[in-house]
Write a protein that binds this ligand. Sequence first.
Ligand code: DGJ
Length: 732
Amino acid sequence: MPVLYDEKNKIFNVYTKNFSLVFGIFADKLPILIHCGKRIKNTYNIHKMLDYKLKGGMAFAARNKEFNNEISLETVSALYPTYGNTDVRMPAISIMHNNGTMCSNFYYKSHKITDGKENLEILPSVYCEEGDNVQTLTLTLYDEPSALTLTLSYSAFYDYDIITQNVKLENAGERVKIDRIMSAAVDLPDKDFDFVHLYGNWARERQIQRTPLFNGGMTVDSKRGSSSAHHNPFFALARKNTDEFLGEVFGFSLLYSGNFTAGVEVDSIDNTRAFIGINPFNFGWTLEKGESFIAPEGVMCYSCEGFSKMSDNFQKIARQRICRGKYRDIERPVLLNNWEATYFNFNEEKLIDIAKKAKAAGVELFVLDDGWFGKRDDDKTSLGDWFVDKAKLPNGIDGLAKKINDMGLKFGLWFEPEAISPVSELYKKHPDWCLHIKGRVQNESRNEYLLDLSRDEVCDYIIEFMSDILSSANIEYIKWDMNRNMTDIGNEVLESGRQCEIAHRYMLGLYRVLDTLNKKFPNVLFEGCSGGGGRFDLGMLQYFPQIWTSDDSDAVERLYIQHGTSMLYPTSAMGAHVSAVPNHQVQRTTPIDMRGHVAMCGQFGYELDLNKLSDEEFETVKEQIKLYKKISHITHKGTMYRLLSPFEGNYTAWEFLSEDKDEIVLMIANIIKRGGRVAATRVLLKGLDENANYTVENTGEVYGGDFLMNIGFTRKPKKDFESELLIIKKVK
Ligand code: DGJ
């Protein structure tokens, strides 16, 4: 039972296999955090920590008069710090009351412990299934002067070493404005951590960066209206000695796809306050009497076995308890997407030609990308005009889908439903439907504006046209793209004091649209995309079991991007395609083998015209598809170990160990970063049985598990871009 309550001492222990969040209620009122870290099995005498900590103090620190000056929240950690009392660090929540002041003190009112976990109604959330070892502690706190109720719910997912946090604010008093509301916040009692996060840009998403903490603040964020390629809504706090397999690490993330802030404040006595939530920048939410606000769900993960274990926990909960629907567990089709094969320049004949060859190679799904609607011969027009361009497709989408289906292929279609081109019929009809600020010049990005999804009628319109098209032809897959950041955030619908709600209302609208379409079309496979991997976050995974990882399909760049993405996202979610060479993004020429090996470690597909390959390459493609289908249950559902990092040496090595631990896929690829004498590299496997033997299927060689884990394979690069994909099986 992952929540323990010591009633006598008013101590809660919310725990998982290795992780505990222990807190107490001081003087029957104030929730105080005692411990966040390695699992504490018994909490005998832990309540004394309250007394012990209370004695410590800082010169000139303000003390809480309500508690006889015994306590200063400057040195003692509130469970969910508020602003304006004796804690003058970055709060988890700050609220502007009707009188303009910002002080709140939320005190204990009641609690309940329940099995399982509730879903959030309007936002994505982690769920549990029958039989899961999950419990939720719901703590109700109250700020009397404002009549605000704050509900904090902690759900402990025992087997995943993950605790989710939910925050809800209800107003029974006068109007207030929420200024800041974090989804997860905890204090750690020292600062001996490195801050690890994923930064990037278009075609260079989720690069790993590691920096020691310093006294002061360190944050990553997005003000771009989506989670973005620039910083991912994630950070980890890792001990100095933490590596892939050893050491303590805390991971924080968020089920949210909009503006976020994620970071730490290290105070002058070296306490580290970690937080993640909606970005308070250009955010404010007015709560009238009787209204409530629900923050996006926060996720905290703990590992005492390095980054690989943290990633495994995140990846598994994402794949098994965030992704939903028919496609969560089943093997998804190998697809071919025509984007890099044709861009906007196609007609039915050309597409059929590409599809025929794809079918002959073993591809299962043909996806028609951008350019099939309105008058879209480039990216300058027609977003919003979702009617087929008969000049390109005289038989319509239905006619094309039928021809594709007749070949034995499934058919999929690209959309960018959130965008509108200024040159479009839709814009002529509804110029006010996009985000804009009256009286200011409106900025385009990729020649487009964003529809204002904070408005119900705009969301309803998207649901309607998407439903009509999905019902009009046999479309079994949708690529849902979104190609710009939010600027000019404003509309003429909301009153001036509520304009700072728009970015969040947009996300709520988007989630409603996606939820409705998912439910209405349960057989359609929805893949997310945002100018490549610009909206790859845990929130999106509720609606898209797979997301296009990056527009950069170069095999070398993909080593970095997929390595970084795997910090918390499962390989089953990472769209990864073999594309043409020289690569369209970086002009690099890599062998078809390496392109295949790297893409096979994600959700596999092709992004080129197979007619343009040599016969030999085409034969390789056929073999790749067969191989992928043979191994995808291991690469998607097994445990991933990042054995060697492209950020560190010549070699990248990823091991995937099957759920039953009997089969291993090992992908090794090298890039010669420096010429001359290069030392040999050892690839040491993980997670094997040291008493068992293993056969390498590719060569027939047999090795002991102890050999593979302690001596391993030795590789020395002869030339750039060598790669291999070994299948290793336990000898029974
Ligand atoms: C950006 C996507 O990432 C690409 O894959 C492609 O769909 C283009 N948009 C189409 O405009």
